[in-house]
Design a protein. Structure first.
Ligand code: SRM
Ligand code: SRM
Ligand code: SRM
Ligand code: SRM
Ligand code: SF4
Ligand code: SF4
Ligand code: SF4
Ligand code: SF4
Ligand code: SF4
Ligand code: SF4
Ligand code: SF4
Ligand code: SF4
Lengths: 357, 412, 357, 412
C-alpha cells in the first residue's frame, strides 16, 4: 500500500433522516394506527391522514452485490428510492401508493423473495456465521436456516400461527443468534483437545482458566512446561475456553449435536420476557439438509399452530397447556438432562402443587 | 413436683409490665397465668412469671438448654434451666414435654381431661395448644417429675413427639372429618406415616429434623409446602366435577361481571374461558389450584380420580433462605394399604439417601439442591418427570451421555 | 425417683377416629359443600344430608389447665364431648344442632374467647416461645401477638377483609412462626459476643463454623487456645451460630429490632405459594406493648382492606397494584436493604419493562 | 484486490453438498454465491465456496482469527485466515468489515449503492445484511485492500462498527419512522448515544463488549432486553388513551366472549375488569405490557406522558447463563437535548463503574450481580427504587446501618 494521505472522518453512523422515506419524514412520530391488509403488507395511517404501505419480503441475509442491487432497483421503482431491513433480515419497501403494492409483490416473488413475515406468521430465522466465517462453529448456520425455512415457507407467507414466531439458529453454544421462540443451537459434545504444542506460545493461561463456567480447567505441567488440563468429569463442552485460547481445540468432526430451545421472548406483551428452555438435544449435525432438526421444528410449530390461542406466543402456549403436554404434543422426549443443575436450579423446581394431569 | 400445697404459692409478685398485657379484648395469657397461680399456688408458674417480668424489664431471655429426657427416648423434652436461678429459684427448671396429638388436632374431652389431670399432678399447669409444629406442649416441669409424668400419660395412650434431629410430630388439616375438599384421607395418612416412623421420632438418628404435614387439598390448610420436609397434598387427575345448574344459579345470583372478574380472570392458567356468557373449564389446562372450586363450592368440586402429590424440601430460613417444597411425586393414589406402604417405602428411601448425603444440620431440601434433583430421584427410585420443575433448564451447562439420542415421534 | 417398673408403650400418636365428633365419623370423607352463616360459624353439609355446624373461637395458645377445662366443659355441653384446635391455635366445636350455636357463642364470649377467624377475616397469630421459654429469643412472641391481636380484634370477629389473612410472629430470625401473609420477626442487630471462657469447653468448633450462612466465623487463637472469631463486616447477625454453640452470645438487651414481612402464601389457590418479603425493618423492640409494630401492621392491613379485591390474598393484592403503591399506601419507606443481595438475588431483579407509574 | 479480470474466475468447482441447498422455495445463499461467481469471476468467493463444501464434507470449520484493522482504529474488522490455505489458496484470507448502518436499518438506494460500488471494487462481493448485532457486514476482503476500501467508504460517510471489547454497533426498531406505538424518538436516541460513544466503538478500552439497543415501546422489536447491555425501551406514565367509541365498535365486531378471552383475561395484572359488559382499565395497576393496545390499536394507544425505561445487563449464555436486562432507570423523559445528555451522563457513569469493577470478560450484567445492585446504582448516582426488583428480598441475610430507623407515615 502506498503512503496513506486520507484522514479518517470518524463519522460514526449515518443520520437516519436522510435515509427515511419522505412520508416517514413528514409523519415522523405522528402515526395513528395500523392494519394488515394481507400477509407481508402493513398499512400505517398517520394522524395527518397520510397512509403508508409496507411490503415485507424474505432474503438470504448472506447476500451478494447483484441481489442487493436488484432490491435497490425495486425500491427506486416502487418505493421512492428508499428501503430498509428488519432486525430479522427481511427487507421492507414503503409506499404511499396502494397501486404499487401488488406489482412490487409480484416482482419480489419473481426474484425469489417470499413476501410475508408479518403478523402471526413465522418470520425469517436469525442466524449466525457458521462454517462460512466463524472460528468456533460446529455447524453452518446459514445452511440450517435455509433448510428449516424451506420447510416453513408456507408459515412465512401466511398469517396462520397463533402469534408471531421468531426462530434463531446458532453455530455454537455461544448463541450469537440470541433468544427466540424456537432456537436451534449446535453443541459440542466432547471436551476440548488441548494442543500443547501451540498452547505455551499463545495462551494467557489465567484468563483461560477464568473463562470456564464450571471451573474445569487446571494448571498442569506438560513436558516440564506450564500448561493446562481439562477435568473431563466437570467439562460441559461449552467451548468458552477456545475463545480465550485457540489451543483449546473444541471443534471436532464427530462430536457435535443439535439442541432445540423454546419459549424465549423479548416482548413485554402480557407475560414478562423469558429465557428459552431446552426441549431436545442430541440431534444429529447432519449437513447439508439437517432433516432431524427440521423434523423437530415442524413437530413443535405444528403443535403450537394447532393448539395455541390467538395472541399466545409459543412460550405462553406452553405456560397454559403445561410442559408435559408440550412434550406429548410435539412428540419430543423429556429427559433428566433438562432439569436444571446450574446456578439457579432451585428456582426452576416446581415449588407448588400446581400440576396438570 | 412443683406445686405447693399451701396458700403461700398463690400470692402474686408485682409484674407491672406484664400487667399491661392484661388490657385489651384479645385473651391475655398473663391473666390466665395469674388466675392459675392464684388458683393452684403453683410456684414454678409464679417463678416463670417473675422471670418473664424481668425479661420485659431487661429485654433479655434467661433460659438455657440442657439434657432432660425419658427412659429409652432421646427426644421429646425441651429442657430449660434458668440462667438466673438465684434470682428466681422457683423457675430454676422449666422443661417442656412435647405430646403428639391425634391427627387433625381432634380431641374427645375425656382424653384431653386425662392429660390435664396428669399435668395438674406433675407440671406447672401451663400448656401451649399447640406448638407451631403441632405438638401439645406441656410447659414447665422439673427434671425429677418428667419420667413419672410421662409414664402416667403413656398409660393413657399419649406419647412424646419429636425434637432435635428426629422425625418431628406431624400436622394435618381437618380433612375428611369435615371438609368437602379433602381428596384423600389425610388423617389416616398422618396416622400411618407417623406411626411407622415412631422410632425416628423418639431417637435422634438423622442429619437434622424431618417434618411431615398432610393437607387434604391444594388449599394446604396445614401449611405443608413451607413448613414440612415432606408435604402430602391431596389432588385429583380427572375433570373438575361441575353441576351446571349450580353454575347458572351462581351467575344468576352474582352476575356476569362477577364471574369474569372473580372466577375467569383469576384462573392462573386461563383454563377457564367464557363461552356464550357462561364459563367453560378446559381441564387439561387446569393446574388444580382450587380457586374456582373455592369460589363456587356448590357448583364445582375436585374430580373423582383422587390421590396425593408429594412435595419435598420445605423449610425455614436457615441457612439458604426459605424453601418451599418441590414436587417429587406428582400423583399417587392413596386408597389401599398397599398404596400407603408404597408411599412409606419411597419416603424411607428418601430418608436413607439424605442420611447418607447430608452435611451436618442440612435439611433434605438443601441437600437435594446441593447434590442435584436427579441424583435424589434416582436414589428414591422415582422417575424424573417434567412435573418436578416449572420449566426445563434455560442454560446449556450440562452434559448428556455421549450416546444420548432422542427418540422423536413423528407427528404427521 | 424410685426404680422404674413401668415399660413404655411406644404408642406414637392416638388414632383420630376415637377423637372425632360422631357426625364427622359417620360422614367421614362424604361431605358435599359448606357455607358460612356468620363470622366464626361454618355449616358443612354432607352427602347424606347431615349438617354439621362449627363454631370457631380464639384462644391464648399459652393456656392453663382451668382454661382448657372450661373449653372441655363447653364441648361436653354443646358439642357431644368433642373439640379440636386449628393449626392457628383457634378452638373449634362441632354440633349438628343449630340451636346450640348461639348459646355456645355466648358462653365462649363470656369466657373471653372471641368467636371469628373464619372466611375473609384476620385469624389468630401463629407465634412462638419468646422470653417465656426459648434460649435464643430477642423478644416475647406471646406478648407481641397479644398486643397486635388486641388491635385487630375487630378484624377477627368480622369477615371484612378481601381474603383470609394469616399472621405470624417469631422471636428470632429462625422464624419458628413460619411464613405468613404478614410476619413480624425480631432480628438481632449486632454480631454475637463470643464468650471465650466457656467456648473451649462447649463448642464443637467445625460445626459452628459450618453453621454460618455467610462464612463469617473463623478459627483463631485466644490466650494460646484454639477459639473462634467473627468477621464483623460479614456477619449479618442471624444467630445461627448460637444454635450450634451457646458461647456465641447473640442475645443483647439493646441490639434487636423488628422487621415486618408480607406476602407469604402456602395455599395454591390462584398464584403459586410464595415466600414472604421484607417491607420494614429497624422497628423498636419495645415491650410490653410494641406500639411501633402494631402501627405498621395496622397500616398494612388497613391498606389491604381498603384496596384488595375479593379473593386477593395480601401478596396477590400487591402483585396487582405493585410494590411501589404498596409502600405508598401503607406509609412504609422502601430502602436499599430490601434489594436482595443473597444467593438468588438476580432472580428478583425486574427483568422486564413491566413497571407501574 | 481479489477479483480476477479474466473469465477463469467464473468457473465453478463442484460443490455437490452445497448444491443441495439450492433446492426448496426459500432464497438460497448458495445460488446467490454461484450466480455472483459466474457473474463477476470473484475468486475469493469461489475459494470460500469450495472451502465451505469441504466443511460440509468434513463437518469442521477452517477459519482462524488474526489481527487486521484500519489506521487509528482497534476494532471493526473480523479477520479470518484459512487453516488450510494450501488446499484453498483462493480463500486464504476472508476478513469481514463491520459497517454501521443508520438507525432503524433505513437506507436510501443512493447511499446503499455507494457501498455496493466500493465493495465491488475491493471485496468478495458478499454481504451479510445484517449481522445479529446490527452491522452491515462486508464479508471477504484481503488484508491489503482493507484500508483503501475503508477510506473510500468513509469518504461516503460510512464508518466501521464495533468488535471485541468495545461499545458495539447499536440497533433500533423502525420506531417513529412508521410505528404508532413509538413512545420516544428511538432513532434519534440511537443516533446520539452511538455518536457520543464513537471513540469507544473504534478503540477497545473496556472489560468486554457493551451493546445498546433501542425499542420504541415495550413490544421491544429490537430484542433489546436480551441482547443489549443497555436496553432503552419506550414507555409512558399516564393513562392509556382510550377511544370509547372504538372500544364499543371492537366489542360489536368481535363479541363479548372475544373481549373476555383475548383482552381481559390476558392482562398480566388484572388491570382490566369487566364493567357492565364492557372493559375498564385501572391504569394504576397497568404495567405497560402493550397487550391490550396491540389487540385494539384503533381503540387504545400509549399515554401522552412518554419517555424511556433503561434496562441494564442483558446478554447471552457465557458464563452465568442467559441474562435479561433489569430496570435501572424506571422512567426518564427523552425530549430535549438536556434529557439526552442526562441519559448519556448516567450511562457514562455506569461504564466507568463497570470498567473499574469488572473482571476480565465480565459483562456489566454479571458485574452488577456479583458486586451488588445497590453499589452499582450508587456509583451511577441513581436512586434505588422498588421498580428495580420484582419483589423485595425474601431472606434475612442482610444488615442495615446500625442507626437505621424507618419513618412510618401514620395512615389513620
Ligand atoms: C416450640 C416451637 C415454637 C412454638 O412456640 O410453637 C419451636 C421452638 C424452637 N425451634 Fe422451631 N419451633 C417450632 C416450630 C418451628 C417451625 C414451624 C413448623 O414446624 O411448622 C419452623 C419452620 C419450619 C421448619 O422446620 O423449617 C421452625 C424452625 C426452626 C429452625 C430453623 C430450621 C431451618 O432449617 O431453617 C430452628 C433452628 C434449628 O433447628 O437449629 C428451630 C429451633 C427451635 C428451637 C429448638 C431453638 C433451640 O435450639 O433452642 C426452639 C425451642 C424453643 C423452646 O424453648 O421450646 N426451629 N420451628 C415450635 C415447635 C413446637 C412443636 O413441636 O409443636
Ligand atoms: C380449620 C382449618 C383447617 C384445620 O385443620 O385447622 C381450615 C379450614 C378451612 N379452610 Fe383453610 N383452614 C385452616 C387453615 C388454613 C391455612 C393455614 C393457616 O391458616 O395457617 C391456609 C393456608 C394459608 C396460606 O396460604 O398461607 C388455608 C387456606 C385456605 C384456602 C385458600 C385461601 C386462598 O385463597 O389463598 C381456602 C379456600 C377458601 O378460602 O375458600 C381454605 C378453605 C377452608 C375451608 C373453607 C375448607 C372447607 O370447605 O371446610 C375451611 C373453613 C375455613 C374458614 O375459616 O372459613 N383454606 N387454610 C384451618 C383454620 C385456621 C384458623 O384457625 O384460622
Ligand atoms: C457476526 C455475528 C453473528 C452473525 O452472523 O450475525 C457474531 C459473531 C461472533 N460472535 Fe457474537 N456475533 C454476533 C452477534 C451476537 C449477539 C446478538 C446481538 O448482538 O444482538 C450475541 C448475543 C448477545 C450478547 O451480546 O450477549 C452474541 C454473543 C456472543 C458471545 C457471548 C457473549 C456473552 O457474554 O454471553 C461471544 C463470545 C465472546 O464475546 O467471547 C461472541 C463472539 C462472537 C465471535 C466474535 C466469536 C469469536 O471470538 O470469533 C464471532 C465472530 C464470527 C465471525 O466470524 O464474524 N458473540 N453475538 C454477530 C455480530 C454481527 C454484527 O456485528 O452485526
Ligand atoms: C419491522 C419490525 C421492527 C424493525 O425495526 O425491524 C417490527 C414491526 C412491528 N412490530 Fe414487532 N417488529 C419487528 C420485530 C419484532 C421483534 C424482534 C424480532 O423479531 O427479532 C419482536 C420481539 C419478539 C420477541 O418477543 O422475542 C417484536 C414484537 C412485537 C410485538 C409483541 C408480540 C407479542 O405478542 O409478544 C408486537 C405487537 C403485535 O404483534 O401487535 C409487534 C408489533 C409490531 C408492529 C405491528 C408495530 C406497528 O404498529 O407498526 C409492526 C408490524 C409488525 C408485523 O410484522 O405485523 N412486534 N417485533 C421487526 C420485524 C421483524 C421481522 O422482519 O420479522
Ligand atoms: S454462534 Fe458461535 S460459531 Fe456461530 S457466529 Fe457466534 S461465536 Fe461463531
Ligand atoms: S469447554 Fe467449557 S467447560 Fe470445558 S473446559 Fe472449556 S470452558 Fe470449561
Ligand atoms: S387443605 Fe383442603 S381438605 Fe384440608 S381443610 Fe383445607 S380445604 Fe379442606
Ligand atoms: S382449579 Fe384453578 S387452575 Fe383449575 S380451572 Fe379452577 S381456577 Fe383454573
Ligand atoms: S423463633 Fe427463635 S427464639 Fe423464637 S422459638 Fe423459634 S428458635 Fe426460639
Ligand atoms: S450471627 Fe450468623 S452471620 Fe453472624 S457469625 Fe453467627 S452465624 Fe454467622
Ligand atoms: S418496539 Fe414498539 S415502537 Fe418499535 S416497532 Fe415495535 S411496536 Fe413499534
Ligand atoms: S397494557 Fe398490558 S398491563 Fe396495561 S392494561 Fe393493557 S394488557 Fe393490562
Amino acid at each position: 500500500m502506498e503512503k496513506r494521505t486520507y484522514k479518517t472522518e470518524e463519522s460514526g453512523l449515518h443520520h437516519h433522516m436522510e435515509m427515511l422515506h419522505p412520508v416517514s419524514q413528514k409523519n415522523y412520530g405522528q402515526w395513528s394506527y395500523h392494519e394488515r391488509p394481507g400477509p407481508g403488507i402493513l398499512k400505517h395511517v398517520a394522524k395527518s391522514g397520510d397512509v403508508l404501505f409496507t411490503v415485507r419480503a424474505g432474503t438470504h441475509r448472506q447476500v451478494t452485490i447483484p441481489i442487493v442491487r436488484r432490491l435497490c432497483d425495486l425500491a427506486d421503482k416502487y418505493a421512492d428510492g428508499h428501503l430498509r431491513w428488519t432486525i430479522r433480515n427481511n427487507v421492507e419497501f414503503m409506499t404511499p401508493n396502494e397501486a404499487n403494492v401488488a406489482p412490487l409483490i409480484k416482482e419480489l416473488e419473481a426474484l425469489g423473495h417470499p413476501v410475508g413475515g408479518t403478523g402471526p406468521s413465522v418470520s425469517a430465522i436469525a442466524h449466525t456465521q457458521g462454517w462460512l466465517h466463524c472460528d468456533i462453529p460446529a455447524t453452518d448456520a446459514s445452511g440450517v436456516a435455509k433448510s428449516v425455512m424451506d420447510a416453513l415457507y408456507d408459515d412465512f407467507v401466511k398469517e396462520e400461527m397463533p402469534n408471531r414466531v421468531r426462530l434463531a439458529t446458532s453455530c455454537c453454544e455461544i448463541n450469537c443468534g440470541g433468544q427466540a421462540d424456537l432456537a436451534i443451537v449446535v453443541q459440542h459434545t466432547r471436551p476440548p483437545r488441548i494442543n500443547h504444542s501451540i498452547l505455551k506460545d499463545i495462551c494467557e493461561m489465567p484468563s483461560t482458566v477464568a473463562r470456564c463456567p464450571v471451573a474445569a480447567i487446571r494448571p498442569t505441567t506438560v513436558n516440564g512446561k506450564a500448561s493446562l488440563m481439562v477435568v473431563e468429569e466437570k467439562c460441559i463442552y461449552c467451548g468458552a475456553c477456545f475463545g480465550a485460547c485457540p489451543a483449546m481445540e473444541i471443534n471436532h468432526p464427530d462430536h457435535s449435536k443439535f439442541a432445540v430451545w423454546v419459549g424465549g421472548k423479548n416482548s413485554n406483551a402480557r407475560s414478562k420476557p423469558s429465557n428459552m428452555r431446552l426441549v431436545c438435544h442430541g440431534l444429529d449435525n447432519n449437513p447439508p439438509r439437517w432433516p432431524e432438526v427440521t423434523q423437530v421444528v415442524k413437530n413443535i410449530l405444528g403443535a403450537y399452530k394447532a393448539g395455541g390461542r390467538d395472541w399466545e406466543r409459543l412460550g405462553e402456549w406452553i405456560d397454559r397447556i403445561g410442559w408435559k403436554r408440550f412434550f406429548e404434543e410435539t412428540g419430543l422426549p423429556f429427559d433428566k438432562y433438562m432439569i436444571d443443575s446450574y446456578r439457579h436450579a432451585r428456582t426452576s423446581f416446581n415449588q407448588s402443587a400446581h400440576i396438570r394431569f | 413436683m412443683s406445686k405447693q400445697p399451701d396458700d403461700a404459692g398463690k400470692k402474686l409478685n408485682p409484674t407491672p409490665l406484664l400487667d399491661e398485657l392484661e388490657k385489651g379484648p384479645w385473651p391475655s395469657f398473663i391473666s390466665g397465668y395469674k388466675e392459675w397461680i392464684q388458683d393452684s399456688g403453683n410456684t414454678m408458674t409464679r417463678g416463670v412469671l417473675d422471670q418473664l417480668q424481668y425479661s420485659y424489664e431487661t429485654k433479655m431471655g434467661y433460659w438455657k438448654g440442657g439434657v432432660v429426657g425419658v427412659h429409652g427416648y432421646g427426644a421429646g423434652v425441651i429442657s430449660r434451666y434458668s440462667m438466673i436461678p438465684d434470682k428466681y429459684p422457683e423457675a430454676k427448671e422449666f422443661h417442656t414435654m412435647r405430646i403428639q396429638p391425634a391427627p387433625g388436632l381432634h380431641y374427645s374431652t375425656a382424653k384431653l381431661r386425662d392429660i390435664l389431670d396428669i399435668w395438674e399432678k406433675y407440671g406447672s399447669g401451663l400448656l401451649s395448644m399447640h406448638g407451631q409444629t403441632g405438638n401439645l406442649q406441656l410447659q414447665g416441669i422439673d427434671q425429677d417429675s418428667v419420667q413419672e409424668c410421662f409414664d402416667e400419660l403413656n398409660k393413657k395412650g399419649w406419647d412424646l413427639g419429636g425434637a432435635g434431629a428426629t422425625v418431628r410430630t406431624g400436622a394435618s388439616c381437618v380433612g375428611p372429618a369435615r371438609c368437602e375438599m379433602a381428596c384423600y384421607d389425610s388423617l389416616d395418612a398422618h396416622y400411618k406415616v407417623l406411626s411407622y416412623f415412631t422410632d425416628l421420632v423418639h431417637r435422634p438418628q438423622l442429619p437434622y429434623k424431618a417434618k411431615f404435614k398432610f393437607s387434604g387439598c391444594p388449599n394446604d390448610c396445614s401449611n405443608s409446602i413451607q413448613r414440612a420436609d415432606y408435604a402430602v397434598i391431596g389432588t385429583w387427575k380427572d375433570e373438575i366435577q361441575m353441576d351446571k345448574a349450580e353454575v347458572e344459579a351462581f351467575i344468576a345470583a352474582k352476575g356476569v361481571d362477577y364471574l369474569v372478574n372473580n372466577v375467569i380472570t383469576r384462573c392462573p392458567t386461563n383454563a377457564i374461558t367464557m363461552e356464550n356468557g357462561s364459563m367453560e373449564i378446559n381441564n387439561s389446562d387446569c393446574v388444580r389450584c382450587m380457586h374456582c372450586i373455592n369460589v363456587m363450592p356448590k357448583a364445582l368440586s375436585p374430580g373423582k380420580e383422587r390421590g396425593i402429590s408429594l412435595l419435598v424440601g420445605g423449610k425455614g430460613h436457615l441457612k439458604v433462605g426459605n424453601m418451599l417444597g418441590s414436587v417429587m411425586i406428582p400423583f399417587l393414589k392413596l386408597e389401599t394399604q398397599e398404596d400407603m406402604e408404597g408411599l412409606i417405602d419411597i419416603i424411607d428411601r428418601m430418608i436413607d439417601w439424605w442420611s447418607e448425603e447430608a452435611l451436618d444440620h442440612e435439611r433434605i431440601g438443601e441437600c437435594i439442591e446441593r447434590v442435584g434433583m436427579v441424583a435424589f430421584l434416582e436414589a428414591a427410585g422415582l422417575e424424573t418427570t417434567i412435573d418436578m420443575v416449572s420449566h426445563p433448564r434455560d442454560n446449556p451447562y450440562f452434559k448428556a451421555d455421549h450416546d444420548h439420542k432422542p427418540q422423536i415421534k413423528s407427528m404427521a
